[in-house]
Design a protein around this ligand. Structure first.
Ligand code: ZN
Length: 113
């Protein structure tokens, strides 16, 4: 149900953006989801059609871009994290508690009609 409410809020943001641009319908949207966010892309993809019913996004094509996690290693700077290893530098294994990228959930592109 988590993903259903995320789908609804994405639809709300997309509809608002569409209205600002004077469009009447959205034919496609791209959403960026960080690999370290709690969102399961497949579940969002599955929840989307029902959530979009009766909105300007009905029948819109949803594309999901997965954003890899990037941590901040004290020695190596920004490093791409390995999900299986957790918040640790893949080179030196130091903890990288700060996530520079990878926990996002954002609307990236809209195609208006
Ligand atoms: Zn390191």
């Amino acid at each position: 149900m988590h993903e259903a409410s995320i789908a609804l809020s994405l639809i709300a943001v997309a509809t608002e953006t569409m209205q600002e641009h004077g469009g009447g319908r959205i034919t496609a949207l791209t959403v960026r989801i960080g690999q370290w966010s709690a969102v399961v892309p497949e579940a969002l993809q599955a929840a989307f059609p029902a959530a979009a019913e009766g909105t300007p996004l009905e029948c819109a094509r949803l594309s999901i871009v997965r954003v890899p996690g990037v941590g901040d290693c004290p020695t190596h700077g920004p490093v791409t994290l390995d999900l299986r290893r957790g918040l640790r530098c893949p080179v030196c294994d130091l903890p990288t508690p700060t996530l520079l990228q990878g926990d996002e959930l954002e609307l990236d592109e809209l195609e208006l009609d």
